[in-house]
Design a protein around this ligand. Structure first.
Ligand SMILES: [Zn+2]
Ligand SMILES: [Zn+2]
Length: 327
């Protein structure tokens, strides 16, 4: 059966600023996880970005906000940014680093920030028409580990320790009900009725109901079996800038469990594990152990320390010793 169409890739070389890009054609979303240097991305692609999920605002994860701002100017757009306090303050400070006296002629550009603060989510809005003043919109109690959700996908988070609190993320494309087109064509259903038929099958709560085709009623299970199938979703996780502690390990494994793709930092070789602990980062062996325990299918490593130069293979090959399916 067909695979879901979702494009995802690392933005930079493994020894450069971290960050991944995900395109979701079903919703028209262009998503970044972290926004370090993004000059490698095509300018037209940057203009399309709709959402940015940020782990934390150390410079290598946030300096690309200026590039995003620059390419977003000149047309009406809303960009949603997610992360952890003090993200809203950091976004505000960046925006206030420029002078905005001629903005009445600019199309409306809005940045919306949703940040975790303690046990609350806080939302702010920064509108170019108001010279990007920091407008508090709402707060809500956090009652799950979901920071964003729509009909097509959700993004879960976990607060992790990097000497400051940062967020790890999991992007989950939901399972989809699709119709077996050639079979459905043989039914006496017209345009709108096919839509109703699909909606009926999409809703699990209809399992003990029937659907009328022609002048006969058919049970849900029979119709599903004959005319529909499930396209499995996809789980892509993104973890970077964490110390190898029992607490972090447990939280990461819970979050990224059974990921199809885990993008995870591997900053140091095993021989440099003291340094890794000092600066709150992971080694090859530690990253591989997490991938193994979380039953991940594909591991993509990045955020290599500059001490290994541009020699990517030295880090990838060592990770491979502990977890085979790594790139
Ligand atoms: Zn950091
Ligand atoms: Zn970093």
């Amino acid at each position: 059966m067909s695979q879901p169409r979702v494009k995802h890739f690392l933005i930079n070389e493994k020894y450069e600023d971290p960050g991944i890009f995900i395109e979701v054609p079903q919703t028209g979303d262009y998503i970044l996880f972290d926004i370090g240097n993004i000059y490698k991305l095509d300018r037209e692609l940057i203009k399309k970005i709709t959402k940015v999920f940020i782990t934390h605002t150390h410079m290598d994860h946030f300096i690309g906000f200026d590039t995003l701002l620059r390419y977003k100017l000149g047309r009406p757009h809303t960009v949603e940014i997610f992360g952890i306090d003090p993200l809203a303050h950091n976004v505000y400070s960046k925006l206030q680093g420029y002078t905005w006296n001629l903005v009445e002629f600019e199309p409306q550009l809005i940045f919306k920030v949703k940040q975790l603060k303690g046990s609350m989510f806080e939302s702010f809005e920064f509108d170019i028409k108001k010279k990007f003043s920091k407008d508090f919109i709402a707060e809500e109690k956090v009652d799950s580990n979901i920071i964003y959700e729509d009909k097509v996908y959700r993004v879960r988070f976990a607060p992790l320790d990097h000497k400051i609190q940062i967020l790890g993320y999991s992007f989950e494309l939901k399972d989809r009900v699709l119709l077996k087109k050639d079979k459905v064509e043989s039914l006496p259903l017209k345009g709108k009725e096919i839509g109703e038929f699909k909606s009926f099958l999409e809703n699990q709560e209809n399992r003990d109901k029937t659907f009328k085709i022609g002048d006969k009623e058919y049970p849900y299970d029979f119709l599903f079996e004959e005319f529909a199938y499930i396209q499995k979703g996809l789980k892509i996780s993104y973890i970077t800038d964490v110390i190898y502690s029992p607490e972090n390990k447990e939280k990461i494994i819970n979050l990224v469990k059974d990921s199809d793709y885990l993008y995870c930092e591997t900053v140091f070789l095993d021989r440099d594990k003291e340094q890794a602990e000092k600066v709150y980062h992971l080694t090859t062996k530690q990253t591989a152990e997490i991938a193994n325990l979380a039953n991940v299918k594909n591991l993509i490593v990045f955020h290599f320390s500059r001490r290994y130069g541009k020699n990517k293979d030295i880090v990838i090959n060592e990770t491979k010793k502990f977890f085979p399916n790594v790139s």
